[in-house]
Design a protein. Structure first.
Length: 456
């Protein structure tokens, strides 16, 4: 049986190889696409660093090649690092293979799950329950950030909190890609200096640690006897049906006479910013704008993809065109909410959701609770978006590239260095009294609304 399994794995490995020449061609296609499509590829990278990155990428391929062939897995690892190098969360490499019982037969996983909180990685679940809640400071004597660097350096993102959110949300996939825990055991150093050796486990055992996947949908629930509306909005998907859902949410809020609204965009990875405008028009009756301006790179790729929608930019092909956006009046909502609004955000609040948080902040629409957003509001040239998707010709690896740049409504100092910062920043200490609750952050927010929650 073991011989058969190894034969199957070997066959799969052979199918996932390509010639060194084809791998190099894909690397050239990758960088050429970035240069053509991205509005400001070197916003956070020096020209000399970019040249070194290209040289390193090709050099790594040559080192990885055996008998003139390169494993697709190695090419994906190399390109993931290159995409993340630009520190733009929208410019990335999508995983081409998800871990499963078959392809992980030779891969080991840690006997714990991690969470990230204000710069620290802690164990949220483990085979050994005594490890639960412990902060990990080092693995095998290597500081934890340096140990996790093979993963974090491949998580595209403007900030460490968003890179960490990407990793924490897909731990199995990242361990599979990087084979970080390849040994049979590892030594953990925990906060306070305690050391403990743990045995690595199989993929099947690792999946048992993971909580069941929860499908979050747009909905509202009423708490505190109907006085508080909790509006969960997991993604900015633009459609007539989605607008009708939002209309219905605010109709119910008005009908129930809720005095407080908790708008929950934790883990919201973005989408179409028009939905942010639509929701905000239920919170704010005066003129506003989601963005003060930005730019678009008029590449032949975007002209070909978007056709008539880009016709006015035809004469600007190859150039970056500036966009200036004025504040506008939006339709007056009959169910306009006039109570107090609380916005829940976290490190996974990204792209259009982070832009919505900046809009909420800049127009003083309420109180922001949670953790720094994953995306930058940005005052200078580092918030990008609107994806162009390219599939590399030989490997089939899928990459995404930003082709627009956005500026927040009312830029502030620091917007180019960190995400939107909450008015009430959370941490493990503040949430400790609520860890027995199904949703500690929501429980804490309700306590603050009642005047009983401790604030920083």
């Amino acid at each position: 049986m073991r011989v058969l399994l190894l034969a199957v794995l070997a066959a799969a490995s052979l199918r996932a190889q390509l010639s060194l020449a084809d791998a190099r061609a894909d690397v050239d296609q990758f960088f050429a696409t970035l240069e053509r499509v991205h509005p400001n590829l070197l916003a956070r990278v020096m020209q000399s660093d970019y040249r070194s990155l290209r040289e390193k990428t090709l050099s790594d391929l040559a080192t990885q090649a055996k008998n003139g062939t390169v494993r697709q897995h190695d090419l994906e690892m190399t390109l993931s690092y290159a995409a993340a190098f630009f520190r733009d969360g929208h410019t990335s490499v999508r995983p081409s293979e998800r871990p499963n019982a078959q392809n992980t037969a030779a891969t080991r996983f840690p006997p714990f799950l991690l969470e990230f909180d204000n710069g620290a990685f802690s164990i949220v679940a483990a085979l050994d329950e005594t490890l639960r809640g412990a902060e990990v400071t080092a693995v095998n004597g290597v500081p934890v950030l340096r140990f996790l660097a093979p993963i974090l350096d491949r998580c595209s993102g403007e900030t460490l909190p968003f890179q960490a959110a990407r990793f924490v949300g897909s731990q199995a996939s990242w361990y599979f890609l990087t084979d970080l825990f390849r040994a049979d055991a590892c030594q953990l150093t925990l906060a306070g200096g305690r050391r403990q050796t743990v045995q690595t486990i199989s993929f099947a055992e690792f999946t048992k640690l993971q909580p069941p996947q929860q499908v979050r949908e747009t909905h509202v629930e009423f708490l505190e006897g109907g006085q508080v509306a909790h509006f969960v909005y997991p993604a900015f998907h633009q459609s007539d049906a989605e607008e009708r859902k939002i209309d219905e949410v605010f109709r119910q809020i008005q009908e129930r006479h809720a005095a407080e609204l908790i708008l929950d965009v934790r883990g919201n990875g973005g989408g179409n910013s028009l939905m942010g405008d639509y929701i905000f028009s239920y919170l704010y009756a005066r003129k506003f704008r989601m963005f003060s301006g930005g730019s678009i790179k008029v590449s032949p790729d975007i002209l070909a993809r978007d056709g008539a929608n880009m016709a006015k930019y035809q004469s600007n092909e190859g150039h970056v065109v500036a966009m200036h956006i004025r504040e506008e009046n939006h339709p007056r909502r009959t169910a306009l909410f006039n109570g107090k609004t609380w916005l829940l955000v976290d490190n996974g609040t990204f792209s259009s959701a982070a832009s919505f948080a900046a809009l909420f902040r800049d127009y003083a629409a309420g109180t922001i609770v949670g953790y720094e957003t994953g995306g930058l509001p940005t005052t200078f040239a580092t918030t990008f978006g609107d994806l162009f998707v390219v599939k590399l010709s030989h490997s089939g690896i899928t990459c995404t590239v930003s082709h627009k740049q956005f500026l927040p409504p009312k830029p502030r100092p620091g917007d180019d260095r960190h995400g939107v910062l909450p008015d009430i920043p959370l941490n493990r200490s503040l949430l400790a009294p609520y860890h027995g609750q199904a949703d500690p952050v929501l429980a804490y927010t309700l306590a603050v609304i009642r005047g009983k929650g401790r604030t920083p």
